[in-house]
Design a protein around this ligand. Sequence first.
Ligand code: HEM
Ligand SMILES: *[C@@H]1O[C@H](CO)[C@@H](O)[C@H](O)[C@H]1NC(C)=O
Ligand SMILES: *[C@@H]1O[C@H](CO)[C@@H](O)[C@H](O)[C@H]1NC(C)=O
Ligand SMILES: *[C@@H]1O[C@H](CO)[C@@H](O)[C@H](O)[C@H]1NC(C)=O
Ligand SMILES: *[C@@H]1O[C@H](CO)[C@@H](O)[C@H](O)[C@H]1NC(C)=O
Length: 513
Amino acid sequence: MLFLHALVLFIIFVCLIYYYFTRNFKYWESRNIRGPRPLPFFGNIKDFVLRKSNAAVLNKQFYDKYPNEKVVGIFRMTSPTLIIRDLDVAKNVLIKDFEYFEDRGLELSKEGLGANLFHADSEIWRPLRTFFSPLFTTAKLKNMIPLIVEKSDATINHFKKITELQKDQDVYSLVQKFTMSSILTCAFGLDIAVDSEILLQRMMKIDQLSFSRTIANDCDLLYPGVLKIINASVFPKEVSKFFLDLVEDIIQARNGIPSDRKDFIDLILEAKNQGTILETKKNDDVGSTVKCVKLTNEVIAAQAFIFYTAGYETNATTMAYMMYELAMNPQIQEKLIAEVDQVVHRHNGKITYEMINELSYMEKVLNETLRKYPVIDVQRRAKANYNIPGTNIVIAKGTIIIVPTLGISQDEKYYPNPTKFDPERFSPENDSKRHPCAFIPFGVGPRYCIGMMFARIQSRVFLMKLLSNFRVETSKNTQSTIVFNPGRVVTAPKDGIYLNLIPRKSQYDTKNK
Ligand code: HEM
Ligand SMILES: *[C@@H]1O[C@H](CO)[C@@H](O)[C@H](O)[C@H]1NC(C)=O
Ligand SMILES: *[C@@H]1O[C@H](CO)[C@@H](O)[C@H](O)[C@H]1NC(C)=O
Ligand SMILES: *[C@@H]1O[C@H](CO)[C@@H](O)[C@H](O)[C@H]1NC(C)=O
Ligand SMILES: *[C@@H]1O[C@H](CO)[C@@H](O)[C@H](O)[C@H]1NC(C)=O
């Protein structure tokens, strides 16, 4: 008898669980939107949940599977999510009707590190963005070039040292190390040796805590908003403490006044001393409220955290993939080396913003690298119901939208023979024919990457320094194809990237000896 009761209860329990994890699986069908059939609990992202596949790779699969649809409806666990395929729809969502899609849908806790530019929803995001945008203008970034050069030189010197012992190196973990300390210097004036082991160990730990995917993120996909409701932070205490201490130490070291380093902390200190309070404008259309953000040390620490995290892994992966493609395509490398030597020679080795802009072939190579290996897909969340113009599709308030950068940039339709590495895709003729949303490695619209210019400048400085001193060549350990790491948020290489670094003398150096 008891057994029977228990059995009945168990069956009811299983049914309830099943019902719970499949409760809205008719969501897209009832809206006439096509998409893959979901599995209980996992929805369509089983391989992602089980850490077998990177998110961008899965999104690309959904993108490829429905070539005739403008949008594809999927379930990330139980959360309905809309993948945008059509570039005009993407343009409406990201640019034209941006006020409906200001949120990324990642804000969890407003406390601590949550109040950062990347994760914050519009109430906090808008005043932050308005305040921080002027720090990233060309004029401000120009002043930072000497710092960037100094750090690139330090990196290259270290490369020289270690390649004397062994030419074959995992360039991905190499650049990863250097990027960590460089970004801290450029952004926060931390004067540390690029190869300081103690710092590296701490940063590696921070890296693990903040970049590896966590169970918390999965919970939020099963029950959207749960983390916000229980006021959980996905950022471990150790990480928030690290950045708060960092900011407090630096401010103290400068006695609270801007130094002459001209890094981000200086610019922030200037504003802080003027007592700046950041404020949101009211927008009745989408029902946003007025919100003030005071520039406290906590708020500054949250931005320090995001400049570090957003700047570091993106730089490291992009540089490593670029070196990989140069090694795989020696004729492209030779052409690039010739350009670097010429430009360096013309400017007597003096690196300025104007000089960097003369590296036009390098710019194409950089863009082609970002096309083939975009670091992350673009995400937004609808703030209100939104009717996609020219269709009868209504995106319901709260729906997450993904613009699959990787899928788009490897679509035959926009890039014939997409696996081929061909910088000429970015010739002026080809550029002028491209849809504005067909190449968006830094996102697009008002919420595009705030660090884009900074990233573009420092990538070119580093590559110029690298190719003035080395050639990259494939080694016996070089992979023939790149697999993206399923455990990371961005499209990082799973098993590193092994290349030989072969010292070379730039023509400029030999002529001027
Ligand atoms: C190769 C280098 C980089 C790539 C490919 C990259 C890519 C991106 C992408 C795709 C986004 C999302 C844009 C969108 O949703 O429309 C983004 C946002 C962002 N990036 Fe970058 N990024 C890079 C470097 C940097 C650097 C160096 C910094 C910091 C100094 C930075 C700071 C940010 C911030 C703060 C956001 C959030 C902007 C906002 O929501 O207002 N990024 N980045
Ligand atoms: C980007 O990576 C390269 C290679 O590690 C490094 O030299 C450079 O300083 C980095 N830039 C930033 C801003 O971190
Ligand atoms: C959320 O948690 C933080 C500490 O983690 C606390 O300071 C804050 O007051 C909490 N906020 C709410 C709304 O409960
Ligand atoms: C445009 O891109 C294609 C590769 O997609 C390339 O073969 C062609 O040379 C480029 N056109 C020009 C004018 O550079
Ligand atoms: C490279 O991409 C950037 C945007 O990421 C764009 O502004 C620039 O014009 C592109 N350059 C070329 C040569 O296509």
